[in-house]
Design a protein around this ligand. Structure first.
Ligand code: CDP
Ligand code: MG
Length: 678
């Protein structure tokens, strides 16, 4: 690690001209009394617009609401509508792209309503449902509402659906736009009670939304933003993590206690290592405020995430190290300084694997502006951008909607399960490329989830496809679970998929790299990473999730705990599907056969020159150094994860027999062979 002192201060370059208002909001902490919370509610920028919002929403079937982050859209509008009875006694659903936001916002609203979470106010996210029949304000991830629509396409139990954070344009939000719009139309046609749709966004480019929702009126909320000084670096930075730490320590040495800092990085590993370095370095500093270092990313358990919202004690400074989660969907009080890496981890479709690839890419201007805004919520602030002004100018204006850059297999399967058989003509706000839809359809046919109807070209869901759609997983993983019945290894497959569904369970500390590797060695299997993960899960179970065991073995206890929860839920879905649970004991062959059968589209073989070549489209891939097969040269593997850094790496893979692949999908491989020969 270089010494952060080496780097000079980011140069002052540009100042944003925000209008300063004379209002000084109260800082509300978690322990605030009901009266204080009520006063805080009344002090929000949205409060004066309350009557107008209620009246407009009463009047129109759909409405678009635009307002700066922190103005009170998410926490207040659902309450206003409930208090004014606009919901006619039925439940109001508020969707969020992120589970953290759904949980934290619902907890805040429950507090404001002076009730326990799960009563009047509840939340529902993947693998966790905290609602009851009494719940009238239901905060949920957009993915969960989409799943509900499969069982009830008109979403009968809701009278109002609020699609929040619409500017994020996640794949699920985009699909929900169409699904909710269709539900509204259908209810109107069949004379059921009206469904109101409210779309909320933090950015202004809303003509598109309004047009799509039958020219819905747009309500603009007065923002409240203090001036923010924006600094760019003089030179481009090659190492943004390093630059962010340098910048942080400059602030930490100079700024008084109570002025909190928010750092935008890209992902869990980076954030955890940043947090560790800050803690280590801060220990040796004198004459600086006490420091609270708080990581914030989606995979953290909610109890840990909530820490970011706590009020900072007087002699202390809070530094929140976050992903783009803190951009718009949640508001952290006390932030005076923002440090922006200008980077974001984005999901990109990888045509070589058919899987989505997580890759760190440059953020868009819209994202950078949102991040800057976080510094001026409560008082004038400063934003340090770890990139130059010309780099800023060259950023793309807006983020491309996820639906135009991700694998659509999962979405297409859900749409088919919703009864929308002609996905190509589905009413998307921005249509994905027809080729992406077609390749998703093709993938689902190969997986056996769809088949051609007799006498027509139309595709329909097979009974297998219907079962696959019940799992909140990528269709390939759902298929593997369903296949596990035949291979008699369901218990093992559930463990593996649960561990794969959470972030990395192996901890690698840069200061103890050797020790970590040695400790992880005992779990490594020569059959591949899936069996390695199974070994970890088994070892974890055998010590009953003991935390000090995790610590001693460099296993991430939090992520393992989450994996266990995920497993419980997946097992419940299997039970509902009437599946029999079976175990293959210590023999890994059935497990690998099963993985081969579900992931035959992700197979790679060793070529003569020692590289791996994917069977799907003959491209070169390598084994990731972290894989238990890194030193090995198996003839044939299947992988469930691909990452791209300098090369394209298979990160999670298993050794398989080519015959297993052939048995699983004979037509597919016959065709591939023919293509190679010709
Ligand atoms: O949705 P929008 O960004 O417009 O604002 P909001 O999420 O409704 O937040 C309004 C205010 O509620 C924030 O400025 C915070 O002061 C407070 N809040 C909080 O203290 N804790 C939360 N978990 C959420 C909001
Ligand atoms: Mg919000």
């Amino acid at each position: 690690m270089r010494n952060p002192e080496d780097l000079g201060p980011p140069e002052k370059k540009q100042k944003l001209n925000h209008v300063q208002t004379s209002y000084s909001p109260k800082n509300v902490s978690k322990g605030s009394s009901f009266e204080e919370l009520r006063d805080a509610r009344r002090a929000l920028p949205i409060y004066p617009a309350r009557q107008k919002i209620i009246a407009e929403i009463r009047k129109f079937p759909s409405a678009i609401v635009i307002g700066e982050t922190g103005s009170g859209k998410t926490t207040q509008i659902p309450q206003y509508l409930l208090e004014a009875g606009v919901n006619s006694g039925a439940t109001i659903a508020v969707t969020q792209p992120r589970r953290v936001a759904a949980i934290s916002v619902s907890q805040r609203v429950a507090q404001e309503k002076n009730t326990n979470i799960g009563g009047l106010v509840g939340y529902c996210v993947r693998f966790e449902d905290v609602t009851s029949p009494a719940t009238k304000l239901k905060f949920m991830t957009d993915g969960m509402l989409l799943r509900e629509a499969i069982l009830d396409p008109t979403l009968t139990r809701y009278s109002i659906i609020i699609l929040d954070e619409a500017h994020e344009r996640t794949i699920n939000t985009d699909v929900l736009f169409g699904v909710v719009k269709a539900a509204q139309r259908r209810r109107l046609k069949t004379g059921q009670k009206l469904l109101k749709i409210i779309v909320m966004s933090a950015t202004m480019d809303v003509d598109h939304f309004s047009e799509y929702f039958n020219k819905a009126p747009v309500l603009y909320l007065e923002g409240r933003q203090y001036p923010i000084q924006v600094m760019h670096t003089k030179e481009p930075q090659s190492d943004y993590l390093f630059a962010s730490l340098v910048t942080f320590f400059q602030i930490h040495k100079e700024a008084p206690a109570g002025e909190d800092v928010l750092i935008f990085l890209t992902g869990q590993e980076e954030i955890e290592s940043g947090v560790k370095i800050i803690n280590d370095m801060a220990r040796n500093l004198k004459d600086v405020p006490e420091l609270m270092v708080i990581p914030l990313y989606a995979a953290l358990p909610s109890q840990t995430q909530i820490k970011a919202f706590a009020k900072t004690p007087p002699s202390c400074r809070k530094v929140v190290v976050a992903t783009n989660i803190a951009e718009t969907s949640i508001t952290i009080p006390g932030i005076k300084f923002v440090i922006d890496s200008g980077m974001v981890k984005a999901k990109l479709y990888n045509p070589h694997s058919g899987l989505d690839l997580l890759k760190v890419v440059t953020a868009s201007k819209a994202q950078v502006l949102q991040r800057t805004g976080r510094a001026g919520r409560e008082s004038p602030g400063v934003c340090y951008r770890l990139f130059t002004e010309s780099e800023f100018q060259s950023m793309s204006t807006n983020t491309v909607p996820e639906i135009q850059r991700c694998n659509l297999a999962s979405v297409v399967l859900q749409l088919m399960a919703l009864g929308i058989s002609d996905v190509l003509t589905f009413d998307f706000m921005d249509k994905p490329a027809p080729e992406s839809i077609n390749s998703a359809l093709e993938e689902l046919v190969m997986l056996g989830a769809l088949e051609r109807q007799s006498n027509s070209d139309m595709l329909k869901l097979t009974p297998l496809g219907k079962q696959m759609a019940a799992f909140p997983l990528d269709p390939r993983f759902a298929k593997v679970i369903l296949l596990a019945k035949e291979y008699e290894c369901l218990e093992e497959i559930l463990s593996i998929i649960s561990v794969l569904s959470v972030d990395s369970v192996l901890v690698t500390l840069s200061s103890k790299r050797k020790e970590c590797q040695q400790s992880h060695q005992k779990f490594m299997s020569s059959d591949g990473d899936h069996i390695t993960l199974l070994n970890i899960y088994r070892a974890y179970k055998s010590v009953n999730g003991n935390k000090s065991w995790c610590f001693d073995n460099f296993i991430n206890a939090r992520n393992m705990h989450t994996a266990q929860e995920v497993r419980k839920q997946l097992r419940e879905i299997c039970e509902r599907n009437g599946m029999t649970f079976s175990s293959c004991g210590r023999d890994s062959t059935p497990i690998r056969r099963c993985l081969a059968a579900g992931f035959f589209l992700n197979a790679a073989e060793l070529s003569k020159d020692g590289d791996f070549i994917t069977m799907a489209n003959r491209t070169k891939v390598s084994i990731h150094p972290s894989s238990s097969l890194f030193q090995c040269k198996p003839a044939c593997v299947v992988y469930t994860e691909l990452v791209k850094t300098t090369k394209c790496y298979m990160r999670t893979l298993s050794v398989v027999d080519p015959d297993w692949l052939y048995e699983a999908a004979p037509t597919y491989f016959k065709r591939k062979k023919a293509a190679v020969i010709s």
